[in-house]
Design a protein around this ligand. Structure first.
Ligand SMILES: Nc1nc2c(ncn2[C@@H]2O[C@H](COP(=O)(O)OP(=O)(O)O)[C@@H](O)[C@H]2O)c(=O)[nH]1
Ligand SMILES: [Mg+2]
Length: 194
C-alpha cells in the first residue's frame, strides 16, 4: 500500500523503492502544526494480521491513524473497512482521528479506485478527510501527517477542556505527576499507520 514508503518520505525525505514488508518500526519527528511545535511519534505497522493482540495494543495506544490504501487496488481499500470498524469499536469513539490516504497517485494509468469511490468511503466513516498521495513523488506526504496531527491536537484540547475541573482538583493536592506533565514543553501525538 505504501505505508513504509510514506513514512520514510515524511521522516527522512527519501524514496525507498523496496522496504522489507515485515518490518514494523516507530519514528519521532518534530513538526509545525499551525504554528505549534509538536513531536509526532509514528508507528509504521506491518499488517501482521495473525497478531490481533498486537493490533489491539497499538490501536489502543495510538491517538491518530492514517489508513492507507493504494489507488491501484480496490481490495486494499475494502480491507480498510474492517480495520476502521475494529478501531472505532476499540476506542468506543466514532470520531477517533483518522485520515484516509489513497497512495500511489502517480500511477494514474493503473487506477482501480476512483476519487468518488474513495470519497464515498471517507464520508461513510463520518466525513474523515481523504487525500490522494504519492510516496514516490512526495505528493501530499506532509499534508496527511499534519492533518492527523491537527485532529489529535483538537481531540486533546477538547479533552483537556472537559477534564479541567478534575485536573484543578488534583493540582491543589500537589500531584507530582501533574507537575512533571505541566513542565513538558512540547505536545506529543501518537500516530499509527495502518
Ligand atoms: N508507484 C508508486 N509505488 C509506490 C508508492 N508507495 C509505495 N510504492 C511501492 O509499493 C510497494 C509497497 O510499499 P511499502 O511502503 O513497502 O508498503 P507497506 O507494505 O504498506 O509498508 C513497494 O514496492 C513500493 O515501491 C507510490 O507512491 N508510488
Ligand atoms: Mg511496510
Amino acid at each position: 500500500m505504501g505505508k513504509s514508503c510514506l513514512t520514510a518520505q515524511f521522516v527522512q525525505g527519501v524514496w525507498i523503492e523496496r522496504y522489507d514488508p515485515t518490518i514494523e518500526d516507530s519514528y519521532r519527528k518534530q513538526i509545525d502544526v499551525d504554528g505549534r511545535q509538536v513531536i509526532l511519534e509514528i508507528l509504521d505497522t506491518a499488517g501482521t494480521e495473525q497478531f490481533t493482540a498486537m493490533r489491539e495494543l497499538y490501536m489502543k495506544s495510538g491517538q491518530g491513524f492514517l489508513l492507507v490504501f493504494s489507488i491501484t487496488s480496490m481490495s486494499s481499500l475494502k480491507e480498510l473497512n474492517e480495520l476502521r470498524e475494529q478501531l472505532v469499536n476499540l476506542k468506543d469513539d466514532p470520531n477517533v482521528p483518522i485520515v484516509l490516504v489513497g497512495n500511489k497517485s502517480d500511477l494514474e494509468q493503473d487506477r482501480q479506485v476512483s476519487r468518488a469511490d474513495a470519497f464515498a468511503v471517507s464520508q461513510a466513516w463520518g466525513s474523515v478527510p481523504y487525500y490522494e498521495a504519492s510516496a514516490r513523488r512526495r505528493a501530499n506526504v506532509n499534508e496527511v501527517f499534519v492533518d492527523v496531527c491537527r485532529q489529535i491536537i483538537a481531540a486533546q484540547d477538547s479533552r483537556a477542556k472537559n477534564g479541567d475541573d478534575r485536573r484543578r482538583r488534583r493540582q491543589d493536592g500537589g500531584d507530582d505527576r501533574n507537575r512533571r506533565r505541566k513542565g513538558r514543553k512540547k505536545k506529543t501525538g501518537q500516530c499509527v499507520i495502518l
